[in-house]
Design a protein. Sequence first.
Lengths: 65, 219
Amino acid sequence: MNNRLKVLRAERNWSQAELALRLDVSRQAVNAIETGKHDPSLPLAFRIARLFQKPIEEIFHDTHE
Amino acid sequence: MTPTSEDVREERPTTLTTAMLSVALGCIALVGVAGTVGVVKALISTDTLWGPWASKTTFALLVNVLMAIVGIGGLLWLKPWKGSGTPVSRATRRTNALFALSGVIGIPGALALAHATTTREQPFGIFSNSPVSPGIAIFAVASFLLAMAIAWWWYYSADEHERKAYDFGSLLGHGLFITVTPAWWIAARAGLLPQPDAMLLWCITMAVISIGWFWRRYR
């Protein structure tokens, strides 16, 4: 699954650690999501969507589509 | 202008090598300190602290002191507790604290075991299958149960990425244990291998779990 997390983070000039702090996850978790090594669970995906005030499908894209 | 991926402030996360090295150095330091304490206690109890020492005892003391120096010195040089200086989430702080707590619990356990099992005749007694007193056994079992409770607390405090990494390591360890244990048992019955050693199996399983867990977390 692809995502725009890195770009959205850049728009707000947040570091990975700052984003991790806002999501209450580790910096490694943010790094793994950004690099596509970890697909977030639905609850975390919703938390990310709420934080960036965007629908989930604007942040995450199914690569099979 | 909308920033691109390349504009994002990147940080250098803790590497797999640093994480693995920190755990390995911690284990080496713990075994070295516990072993040194055990040998010194054995020498004191036989009133031979200032000699004469058997060559086996001298060798055991040297190995243990060297392990303690390498482990503690390596940790002081690596400073794994220092972190990157960036703020961490509440969940991460909690899991880090629980991880450190589990290490702290291991210290008195290892020291007690070394104290109880090391003798002048058996300077590496901590690694043997020699009998121990019921008091030491009860203390050890209680510390294992406490460690398990902390591990569960840690697991349910960790974020989903950490849990997935740990699940992956556990799956590898589980696969190894359920394969190697019966294979070794049947091979021993056929006279191909010596009798299975539970603690050796445990050590190998823990090493595999840690490698899989850290690889998945820091890759």
